[in-house]
Ligand binder design. Structure first.
Ligand SMILES: Nc1nc2c(ncn2[C@@H]2O[C@H](COP(=O)(O)OP(=O)(O)OP(=O)(O)O)[C@@H](O)[C@H]2O)c(=O)[nH]1
Length: 491
């Protein structure tokens, strides 16, 4: 393998395997197959060793050619595992080798199922599990084709006997005496034969309702027990291994999903929420707000930031942004939504905060940042100032919006209730789009976040115009002029 794996822990090792090159993963699959073939080889050795015991359960004439077949297949996969890794750069022949690998393995497994007898456990695990494992490690197109071919082979083998073809099977199959113990079986057993074998085993083991070691050791003479144990031996280690690999894959997927979400939701430089995630959180907070609660939004922009960049360089500019973000995180409560809205602009959402409290908080933020000393080098320090625009959506205004939504909804209906003229005219524009997108009148208008931010932005613009390093409230501007109100309620 290309990577030394001795020092890697379980999780790291799992991740490393999925980051391997295609050729290394294909040779890993060849090695897994080799392990499986070797376990089949050991089974043949065991049966040959105990041939006196199993001569009545296993067709010994077929055991030897099967054993030779298993040995040759094992040598082939051993050779293939050693050939695949050096193929890393040659994609074309790698594809060819992958196709050969799955084709030979599919035929091998089909023959194993055939000669071992149709155990649903072995065929199920091989068909589904083998395909899943191979899809993780080599080209999916080949595995898919092999999977379909495998299904065809199983169907063909199943219907063959109905056309008079005798297929070879290692299993001696015919019940000669189901009541004797040890039971000798020669045919493929039907349900009633299996039941009688089970009950004779049960009666023999539990003599006088007690477990007897002597009768327990006699179990190995039972053909039914032997073949069940064989099928478990063939299927279970493979099933456990495949489920383990799948679990590992899912763990890696979970970790990757978490990483991707973190990248999408977090701004890398400041570690604050990204603009998209901040807006999403803001909308959720707006939906969750209770009847009597007010909702405040602050837009904060660094003053003369271009000059800082020009004077000290972009790296220092980046550090300023990161330090301002840290100040925001430290000075605001946990439920506050803080996101990087643009280059040097931050959006702060204060759910359940009245206008006066929000003004106090904004003023505190401004002071904290202004008092923060930025060190460029040992002897060079400076301060940055910020301008903040604030807007508070009061619960009265929200009620007004809600009422207007109701008015517009009722205008669709034949009977309308009488509403105050003022509320109607203020809110009608705000909710016009909502009626065009009729979700629910309990939901805020779909672009309400943009409108609140737009109002805060007007106030921010005003703060810049008044000389920077100050907080301006859009609500106070709203009381003195119509501009902000129009931007909030208009389109
Ligand atoms: N270092 C750094 N600079 C950035 C980043 N994003 C935006 N900027 C810079 O921020 C500056 C913003 O400049 P302006 O929009 O003119 O604003 P200003 O200089 O702060 O002036 P006022 O906002 O009017 O006080 C630009 O020079 C951008 O290049 C960033 O991530 N890192």
């Amino acid at each position: 393998m290309a990577i030394s794996i001795s020092h890697l822990g379980y999780k790291k090792l799992s991740r490393v395997i999925f980051e391997w090159q295609a050729a290394d993963r294909a040779s890993l699959l060849a090695l897994f197959v080799l392990m499986e073939v070797f376990s089949h080889w050991l089974w043949c050795l065991f049966v040959w060793w105990q041939r006196d015991v199993y001569v009545s359960s296993v067709d010994m004439d077929l055991l030897y050619p099967s054993w030779i077949g298993v040995t040759l297949t094992g040598i082939f996969f051993f050779w293939m595992a050693s050939r695949l890794s050096p193929l890393r750069k040659d994609g074309h022949s790698l594809h060819k080798w992958q196709a050969v690998l799955v084709a030979v393995y599919s035929i091998y497994i089909a023959v194993v199922i055939l000669v071992m007898g149709h155990s649903s456990l072995v065929s199920g695990v091989s068909l589904v599990g083998g395909a899943m494992l191979a899809m993780m490690l080599i080209r999916r197109r080949y595995v898919w084709k092999a999977f379909l071919g495998h299904i065809v082979l199983i169907v063909v083998f199943t219907v063959f006997p109905y056309f008079g073809f005798v297929l070879p099977t290692l299993r001696q199959t015919a019940v000669t005496n189901a009541n004797a113990f040890p039971v000798v079986t020669y045919t493929y057993m039907g349900y009633s034969a299996v039941t009688s074998v089970e009950s004779s085993i049960y009666n023999s083991i539990l003599q006088n309702s007690k477990l007897s070691w002597e009768t327990l050791s006699q179990l190995r003479f039972s053909s039914a027990f032997f073949w069940r144990a064989t099928h478990l031996y063939m299927a279970l280690p493979k099933a456990i291994f495949i489920i383990y690999t799948f679990r590992t894959l899912l763990l890696i997927l979970d970790a990757s999903k978490k990483e991707i979400l973190q990248h999408a939701n977090q701004d890398e430089l400041t570690q604050l929420q990204s603009r998209r995630y901040g807006l999403m959180q803001m909308k959720e907070a707006l939906i969750a707000i209770k009847d009597q609660q007010d909702f405040s939004v602050i837009l904060l922009d660094l003053d003369w930031f271009k000059e800082i960049n020009d004077k000290y360089g972009h790296e220092v500019g980046d550090r300023v942004l990161a330090e301002v973000a840290q100040t925001l995180l430290q000075s605001l409560a946990e439920e506050t939504i803080i996101s990087r809205y643009g280059g040097e602009e931050f959006l702060i959402v204060l759910p359940d905060t009245k206008h006066d409290s929000a003004m106090l908080i904004a003023e505190q933020i401004r002071l904290s940042i202004a008092n923060q000393i930025i060190n460029v080098e040992d002897d060079i320090t400076f301060n940055v100032t910020t301008s903040l625009g604030l807007y508070t959506l009061t619960h009265e205004e929200r009620n007004c919006i809600k009422q207007t939504q109701e008015i517009l909804a009722q205008q669709e209906a034949p009977h309308t209730t009488i509403q105050t003229k003022k509320a109607k005219s203020r809110a009608i524009k705000f909710t016009r789009d909502q009626v065009n997108h009729p979700a629910s009148i309990d939901q805020p208008p779909h672009d309400i976040c943009q409108r609140l931010i737009r109002a805060a932005d007007k106030a921010l613009y005003e703060a810049k115009g008044r000389g920077r390093n100050q907080v301006v409230s859009a609500n106070e501007m709203c009381d003195s002029e119509e501009g902000v109100a129009t931007s909030l309620y208009g389109t």
